[in-house]
Design a protein around this ligand. Sequence first.
Ligand code: SF4
Length: 108
Amino acid sequence: MSDNHAASGHRITGPWSRRSALALFTLVPLALTGASQALACADPATLSAAQKSMRKSLGFRAPSADPKKGCGTCAFFTLGAPDCGKCALLSGGQVPANGVCDSWAQKA
Ligand code: SF4
């Protein structure tokens, strides 16, 4: 039996397999961090129906899929607590800095 087929038969072998595993172990925690940041800043359960409706109509989502494009770099965002603030377009409620919506505009 070669090294590529260890006793368990489930050994990760080859450079692409290792890279894939490394990418997975690196990206999953980052994605979870972004999602938990958004939840800690603006728990959707605490928003009113009007606030939820406004977020939906603007296509608000958190975290943003584009790290260069988020509330933290938007002209309508005012930072309050770390990674959390207010949006001039949304009708109240906290907004995570890593969120984004369809009305994003680059901060000057
Ligand atoms: S306009 Fe959109 S991207 Fe800009 S701060 Fe408000 S929710 Fe975030």
